[in-house]
Design a protein around this ligand. Structure first.
Ligand code: NAD
Length: 269
C-alpha cells in the first residue's frame, strides 16, 4: 500500500463512498494524508466499515449521511464536515446511479431520478464546497489552490449509450457543468476537473464482468485488454486533488484502457 503526504491536513468529501469507486477513492485520498468524509445515502454499515478500515491503517475519516440530490441534506453534510475537520479542501462528486430502459419504455421517474442524483447532486455539492472554500480563504502551506473539485463522469459523456439515455444525458451534462465551473472558478484558484471511467469492476455493472463470457465480451471494447479496478480511479483522483496537477483545470481524464479510442476501427474499420 503506497502512502504519501501530498494531501496532508486536507479534508476531502467523497460522495457515495460506501461502495465501488467512491470507496476506492476514499482509501486513496486517505493514503495521501487527507481526512475523509465518507458520504452515503443508504448502507450506513458499509460506510462505517470504510471509516473503521481507514482508521485501522492510520488514517482519519467520518461518515456523513446525505442524499446528494437533497439541498438541505447536502448543506447539513458540509456543516458537519466543517464542524468536525474545520474546513473542506477537496470534493469528489462521485455518487451516481443507473435506471436503464429504452426511450419508449423509460418512465419520467427513471429519467428524473438519474438526472437528480447524477447531475443536480453534483451541482448541489459543488455549490456548498465553493461556498466553504470562499469562506475559509487560501491556506498556501496546505495547497496552492483554494479548493479542488473532481466530477466523476463516464466514457458515456461522449459515447452514446442505447437504453441508457437518462444516464448518458446526465454525464454529458456533468462534462459541461465541470468545464463551466472550471472556467468560472479558476480566477478564484478553485480547480475543477473530471474523471471519466470506462469499465471498472464495481456493483453498478456486475453483470458486465462477473461471468467469463461477459468479461470476454466487455474486453472487445477495451484496447488495453483488462477491466479497470477502483484503484485505477483512486490514483487519478489523488493526482487531481494534489498540487502535482496545480496547472490542470477543466479537463477530463478518461481512465478507460482506451475505450474511447473507437476499438471497432482497430483493424481498419
Ligand atoms: P456503485 O453503485 O458501487 O456506487 C455508487 C454510489 O453512489 C453508492 O455508494 C450509492 O449508494 C451512491 N449513491 C447513489 N445515489 C445516491 C444519492 N442520492 N446520494 C448519495 N449517494 C448516492 O457504482 P460505482 O461504479 O462505484 O459508481 C461511482 C460513480 O462512477 C458513478 O457516478 C458512476 O456513474 C461512475 N462510473 C462508474 C463506472 C464503472 O464502470 N463502475 C463507469 C463510469 C462511470
Amino acid at each position: 500500500m503506497e502512502k504519501s503526504e501530498k494531501l496532508k491536513d486536507q479534508c476531502a468529501v467523497v460522495t457515495g463512498a460506501n461502495s465501488g469507486i467512491g470507496k476506492g477513492v476514499a482509501f486513496a485520498l486517505s493514503r495521501a494524508g487527507a481526512k475523509v468524509v465518507v458520504n452515503y445515502v443508504v448502507g450506513e454499515t458499509e460506510a462505517s466499515k470504510v471509516v473503521q478500515e481507514i482508521k485501522a491503517e492510520g488514517g482519519e475519516a467520518m461518515i456523513a449521511h446525505a442524499d446528494v440530490s437533497n439541498e438541505q441534506q447536502v448543506q447539513a453534510m458540509f456543516t458537519k464536515a466543517v464542524k468536525e475537520y474545520g474546513t473542506v479542501d477537496i470534493l469528489v462528486n462521485n455518487a451516481g446511479l443507473q435506471r436503464d430502459a429504452t426511450i419508449a419504455e423509460m418512465t419520467l421517474e427513471q429519467w428524473n431520478k438519474v438526472i437528480e442524483v447524477n447531475l443536480t447532486g453534483q451541482f448541489l455539492c459543488t455549490r456548498e464546497a465553493v461556498r466553504e472554500f470562499q469562506r475559509r480563504g487560501p491556506v498556501p502551506e496546505r495547497s496552492s489552490a483554494l479548493g479542488k473539485i473532481i466530477c466523476m463522469s463516464s466514457v458515456h459523456d461522449i459515447i452514446p449509450w442505447a437504453t441508457h439515455a437518462n444516464y448518458a444525458a446526465s454525464k454529458g451534462g456533468v462534462l459541461l457543468f465541470m468545464k463551466t465551473a472550471a472556467q468560472e472558478l479558476a480566477p478564484q484558484k478553485i480547480r475543477v476537473n473530471g474523471i471519466s471511467p470506462g469499465a471498472i469492476k464495481t456493483p453498478i455493472n456486475t453483470d458486465a464482468w462477473s461471468t467469463k463470457e461477459a468479461e470476454e465480451s466487455l474486453l472487445k471494447l477495451i484496447p488495453y485488454k483488462r477491466v479497470g479496478v477502483v484503484e485505477d480511479i483512486g490514483k487519478a483522483a489523488t493526482w487531481l486533488s494534489s498540487d502535482d496537477s496545480d496547472y490542470v483545470n477543466g479537463i477530463t481524464i478518461y481512465v478507460d484502457g482506451g475505450m474511447t479510442c473507437y476499438p471497432e476501427f482497430a483493424d481498419g474499420g
